[in-house]
Design a binder for this molecule. Structure first.
Ligand code: GAR
Length: 203
């Protein structure tokens, strides 16, 4: 049984979908939620699901042991970043190389990098006049919003679209794809190919 740790610091809607997907899965389970923000919605979601929550603090995560001893003690095999905004430090990338996935709410490399998270991303897409946005699921390496792309799905930015309406549609896309991509990546040899599913172009 592969054990996943979900790192999240926001509302936790993606974390919830991932927890649900693997609740009765034969091969994988979410066994830990890691959070850096007291009061974040994801904490309640984790507790309601009966999961252990590890609260982390910046100095130890960024400049210390990155909580690797706790992750090892919990037997964590892979890490899923689902709305986690801190840069993952090099020692943690190294300890879990090729086994840390992040989701970004735009088509990287566009609208990525430091400060590009949540609504800032959607506001940037609208301001730039892009006609497409989407989601990117990628492996995490030493650079922020960098690393091999595992999966992208696109949607058309509609006339009159606002950052809020785009955020809602992107969230829907994330919920639909992220749990399935995680499952494929960790259970199928070689993981899923980079895809841009055509059906999502019109959604
Ligand atoms: C998601 O849209 C995720 O893509 C984004 O934060 C949101 C978390 O929502 N992540 C980033 O912007 C990372 N740069 P949630 O808490 O409802 O899952």
């Amino acid at each position: 049984m592969k054990k996943l740790a979900v790192f999240a610091s926001g509302a936790g809607s993606n974390a919830q979908k991932i927890i649900e997907k693997f609740r009765n899965h034969p091969d994988m389970r979410v066994s830990l939620v890691v959070c850096n923000k007291p009061g974040a919605g994801v904490i309640n979601i984790a507790l309601m699901a009966g999961l252990q929550v590890l609260m982390i603090e910046r100095e130890r995560f960024m400049k210390g042991d990155a909580y690797i001893p706790e992750l090892a003690a919990a037997g964590i095999d892979a890490i899923i970043l689902a709305g986690f905004l801190w840069k993952v430090p090099d020692n943690l990338v190294d300890a879990y190389r090729g086994r840390i996935l992040n989701i970004h709410p735009a088509l990287l490399p566009a609208h990525g990098g430091k400060g590009m998270y949540g609504m800032h991303v959607h506001a940037s897409v609208i301001a730039s006049g892009d006609t497409r946005s989407g989601i990117t699921i990628h492996l995490v390496d030493e650079r922020y919003d960098h690393g091999d792309t595992i999966f992208q799905a696109e949607i058309t930015v509609r006339p009159g679209e606002t950052a809020e309406s785009l955020a809602a549609r992107i969230h829907e896309l994330e919920h639909r794809h992220f749990p399935v991509v995680i499952e494929k990546f960790f259970t199928e040899p070689g993981g899923p190919p980079v895809e841009r599913p055509a059906e999502s172009l019109s959604s």
